[in-house]
Design a protein around this ligand. Structure first.
Ligand SMILES: Nc1ncnc2c1ncn2[C@@H]1O[C@H](COP(=O)(O)OP(=O)(O)OP(=O)(O)O)[C@@H](O)[C@H]1O
Length: 432
């Protein structure tokens, strides 16, 4: 039974709902009247859709590139497949061991994406480049580290740090709901991760329990940057969505452009899920779920503390400008909320708060916290017939990457800023 199914079947929740039904003053039925019958195509005007260009904290950043030393050639042959960890829209994620050169014996996660599937949707080519670029640019203890990226004729490979603690989703499903202190720990690490991304002009967009992984010690690492928005450019608001929608902000679903406040809505949906056992707005069909996100009643169970209740309501504001975190102060508005009153944020940044669940990991290769549905599979990176011309207009040129840390150790790093594009796209692809 999935985590979300549990939500509907939990009788305690039904009882709690009967005890207290809360109608957020922000959520009266008139607010989105017309949205569902098609007469309204845009959300209420919102000043916070436009990032303040003079606020240096939210300036769009130029993502720089690394000119890799072409002598560091890494490819699929340098890794042995150990396990399947997960499957996504474009391919599989494997647990692998590096068998050659630097990092020999080290365990990584290898995300394999099929070019053919990506090319079918032109927009996703940009997404995939974004994922690689973002992972390269956004080094943070709270973000999954990228060590290598390479490509073959038909596939793209991301070699990521292996996060043995598994998905937060799994812990949430196992526990049903979290105690408020447990939720505060995860939420606090997520808040500082999102703050870090926002400071670099990146909107995460796809916050959900499946995308929050835990390291061996139980600390949070964000992964899956496939849907990320690379810059906070007022001219260039994103109009696409796909995948799980339960945690998505109304303004994304209405395809009217959105800004970093969408991540704070998702944080509210995630917080609600952690404390009640399911997302705040969900239904049996995608359309009905969207209807609920746009105009459904927010029902808060009576057992929530006043602080938790208040924070959820302030994050799940449909009027973006009234949402906590939408102001110029971004994460600071959330960090100052009473729900987090017991936390010292300096200790959060230092990752020194004791994680509530210490993953039971026996060794570096331990994959016991991943779904056996995947880990029982025989790991095969199936040969791919399709080969993309690496000559002109190759959308995947420049994908190949070796982490600076790897290069630094070889004293061979050359940094370039801004990005230098080479005329021959094959020259920076170590593996074809
Ligand atoms: N670095 C990692 N360490 C361990 N497991 C990982 C790692 N990255 C991904 N996984 C596992 O693989 C699953 C799928 O990964 P991910 O969400 O990045 O791919 P996806 O769902 O295909 O993403 P996309 O939305 O780009 O299609 C994750 O939910 C997780 O269980």
């Amino acid at each position: 039974m999935s985590h979300h199914d549990t939500f509907f079947m939990d009788e305690d929740y039904e009882d709690a709902r009967n005890e207290e039904e809360m109608m957020d003053e922000d959520m009266d039925d008139d607010e989105y009247k017309g949205v569902l019958d098609g007469t309204v195509t845009a959300p209420p005007p919102s000043s916070s859709y436009i990032p303040n260009p003079i606020d240096p904290r939210f300036e769009a950043v130029e993502l720089t590139d690394i000119v890799v030393n072409p002598s560091v050639k890494v490819g699929p042959q340098d890794f042995v497949l150990l396990k399947v960890l997960g499957k996504g829209g474009y391919g599989k994620v494997f647990q692998v061991k590096k068998t050659t050169g630097q990092d020999t014996g080290k365990i990584f996660a290898m995300k394999v994406l099929k070019k053919a599937t990506i090319v079918r949707n032109q927009k996703d080519t940009a997404h995939t480049r974004a994922e690689r670029n973002i992972l390269e640019a956004v080094k943070s203890p709270f973000i999954c580290d990228l060590s290598y990226a390479f490509q073959t004729g038909g596939k793209l490979y991301l070699i990521l740090e292996y996060l043995s603690g598994g998905e937060l989703f799994m812990h949430l499903e196992r526990e049903g709901i979290f105690l408020e202190d447990t939720a505060a720990f995860y939420l606090s690490e997520i808040v500082v991760s999102l703050e870090h991304l926002h400071e670099q002009g990146i909107i995460y967009r796809d916050l959900k329990p499946e995308n929050i992984l835990l390291d061996a010690k139980g600390h949070v690492k964000l992964t899956d940057f496939g849907l990320c928005k690379e810059t906070l450019d007022a001219e260039e608001k994103t109009h696409t969505f796909c995948g799980t929608i339960e945690y998505m902000a109304p303004e994304i679903l209405m395809r009217c452009g959105h800004d970093r406040a969408v991540d704070w809505w998702s944080l509210g949906a995630l917080m609600f899920d952690m404390l009640t056992g399911g997302p705040p707005f969900t239904a049996e069909s995608r359309k009905k779920t969207i209807d609920k996100i746009l105009k459904g009643r927010l029902t808060l169970p009576a057992y929530l503390s006043p602080e938790a209740r208040d924070l959820i309501k302030k994050l799940l504001k449909r009027h973006v400008e009234t949402r906590l975190g939408a102001g110029a102060d971004d994460a600071n508005e959330i960090k100052a909320h009473l729900f987090f009153r017991h936390l010292d944020w300096d200790v959060v940044y230092a990752r020194e708060i004791e994680p509530p669940f210490k993953p039971d990991i026996q060794n570096d290769e331990d994959a016991s916290l991943f779904d056996t549905k995947f880990t029982k599979m025989t790991p095969v990176d199936s040969p791919c017939d399709a080969t993309f011309s690496l000559a002109e207009n190759n959308p995947f040129a420049g994908f190949t990457y070796v982490a600076p840390s790897v290069l630094e150790q070889q004293n061979n790093i050359i940094m370039s800023k801004p990005r230098v594009r080479r005329s021959n796209p094959t020259s920076d692809d170590a593996m074809q």
